[in-house]
Ligand binder design. Structure first.
Ligand code: GLP
Length: 241
């Protein structure tokens, strides 16, 4: 693991965007695994700026997002499809048909997850996977549990995740209790992984991810087994190492 300790969210975002931009320049038809949450917003803003300045071109890029709430329609402003359109896709020249997010409206979980697996396979996996991290060490919506789940699956969100994510919703009752998430297998198959984290509420999860035992109780700890992981985090997030 290569760990960059940065001073601020802005510095983290700039560095993360530079790595993604390099990937796009080196391989213009890259498959990017993208993430949602507050962590990547600044990274996406930097990418939009780089695009507007003419440094990067998204026209041949494919994106495959990590996850989506089950039951939220794409037009719901809390859905991850809405988030991606709003924070990145609407501002760059990516072909929307080449952007994938699990289908939150498909209530048949087996179908939703099976379809997503086929999409991931058909593009030959992910070149660069961007990850945030949950306070409990989740990546995507791979929540702590008795085993790592390899493939795309429907997951019951833990109370910790519902508590963390309710700030985005009008009330806690509006937070969906289930989500579709790419599995640990697809994340680990990505050629390169970029994990970003900011703030003290991530310190516990980051310490366990980097130094703790590899356990499905801390899903991100499996990243210790990946050969090309770059972590960009601020001092607060790395304060418990
Ligand atoms: C959600 C997403 C994760 C994200 C996490 C942390 O649960 N499914 O992909 O990493 O939130 O979000 P934030 O960056 O807002 O702390």
């Amino acid at each position: 693991m290569m760990i960059y300790k940065v001073k601020s969210y802005e510095e983290m975002s700039k560095k993360a965007a530079s790595i993604i931009a390099s990937q796009i320049i080196i391989k213009p038809d890259s498959v990017l695994g993208l993430a949602t949450g507050s962590s990547p917003v600044g990274t996406y803003q930097n990418l939009i700026e780089l695009y507007k300045k003419g440094y990067i071109d998204f026209s041949r890029i494919t994106s495959i997002n990590l996850d989506e709430y089950k039951g939220l329609e794409p037009t719901n402003n809390q859905s991850y499809r809405y988030f991606m359109n709003n924070n990145l896709f609407d501002h760059v020249n990516i072909d929307k048909k080449a952007t994938f997010v699990p289908d939150g409206l498909e209530m048949d979980s087996d179908k939703a997850c099976g379809d997503y697996e086929k999409i991931i396979e058909s593009y030959g996996g992910i070149d660069l996977q961007l990850l945030g991290i949950g306070r409990n060490g989740h990546i995507g919506f791979n929540e702590p549990g008795p085993a790592f789940i390899k493939d795309t699956h429907c997951t019951d969100l833990t109370q910790s995740t519902i508590d963390a994510n309710k700030r985005f919703f009008a009330s806690e009752e509006d937070v969906p209790h289930q989500a579709y998430s790419m599995g640990i297998g697809s994340i680990m198959k990505a050629k390169k992984i970029l994990l970003i984290a900011c703030g003290e509420d991530k310190a516990d999860a980051m310490a366990k991810t980097i130094n703790g035992p590899i356990t499905p109780e801390v899903p991100a700890s499996i990243l210790q087994l990946h050969k090309d992981v770059v972590i960009i985090a601020d001092e607060a997030a790395l304060s418990k190492l």
